[in-house]
Design a protein around this ligand. Structure first.
Ligand SMILES: [Zn+2]
Length: 295
């Protein structure tokens, strides 16, 4: 009965979550513990081990565990990079987890896990080519083709958040200027509002302010929509996915699916836009479900 079950772990900055999926991709067990990343790298390994042990009882035959992480795994030497849980950077997380857990481990960045989950078990189900977009504190993306992640030889495919759409734009931690992440992430939008008004306003509240007719919020929000359109049109031109799925905190903004879609249509190299742009179906669980689907 437990045959075919999969274990996935989502390593987040604040919590480590684990699930066991059955063969129909239903969650049969869910475990959570605080990451406590301030206590360092070895402590994080122990927290992951705790979660895996708690899940194993429901999937005793599982010999490979999928783990979603912030940041990326270097295709050059297997070390972690670009993680905002900074104690992971430069570490051989995959090797260390294999040693600690005694099973095989497949490691993948969280945007790719999101894309995989939504393509296989969420809003992109049934489509051959799905692009998943994370739009929140960070901006990322992943490509899933016929149910499998397309990573590319440099493990770079889908890194939509760091293609630049304004060479004179803000500096990005990646070394470029005007990356999509520096322009349409939650913090980017909040920063623009602060520059314009001198006041702090969370991105979610800015949408409410725009809807109620606040002039400054309208200016910032419509610019956000326009940039979203340009950035998504670029990816539609190159990839022409069958479905685009949005996730992350900002994906809850209704206008992305109306005004945002119109902006994409304006910039796309075509006389129409047929690509569905859908809200995610798996919510906060997409990352951990995607991790389980890695194996
Ligand atoms: Zn960048």
């Amino acid at each position: 009965m437990e045959r075919g079950r999969k274990i996935g772990v989502d390593l987040g900055g604040t919590k480590v979550e684990g699930v066991v999926l059955d063969e129909e991709h239903r969650i049969v067990c869910r475990q959570r513990v605080a990451t406590e990343s301030a206590k360092g790298y070895d402590h994080i390994l122990e927290r992951i081990a705790l979660i895996v042990d708690a899940c194993r009882g429901e999937a005793p035959e599982c010999q490979v565990i999928g783990v979603g992480t912030p940041g990326a795994v270097s295709s050059r030497d297997g070390t972690m990079k670009n993680s905002n849980t900074t104690c992971l950077n430069g570490r051989r997380l995959q090797e260390d987890l294999v040693t600690r857990l005694g099973v095989s481990v497949v490691l993948e960045n969280d945007a790719n896990c999101f894309a995989l989950a939504e393509a296989v078990a969420g809003a992109g189900r049934g489509a051959a080519l799905v692009f998943g977009i994370i739009l929140g504190t960070g901006v990322g993306g992943g490509i899933v083709y016929r149910g499998e992640l397309w990573r590319g030889p440099q493990h770079l495919a889908g890194e939509w958040g760091h293609h630049a759409i304004d060479a004179a734009g803000p500096a990005c931690y990646c070394g470029q200027r005007g990356c999509v992440e520096t322009l349409i992430s939650g913090p980017a939008v909040e920063k623009e509002y602060r520059h314009l008004t001198g006041a702090g306003l969370a991105a979610a509240d800015m949408v409410a302010a725009y809807r109620s007719g606040d002039g400054a919020a309208k200016e910032i929000f419509l610019r956000f929509i326009d940039r979203f359109g340009r950035a998504v049109a670029n990816l539609v031109d190159i990839l022409d996915p069958e479905v685009i799925v949005l996730g992350g905190g900002l994906s809850n903004i209704d206008e992305l699916y109306t005004l945002g879609r119109e902006a994409v249509a304006r910039y796309v190299f075509n006389d129409e836009l047929r690509t569905p742009i859908r809200r995610n179906q798996l919510g906060d669980s997409a990352g951990v479900i995607g991790a389980a689907l890695l194996v």
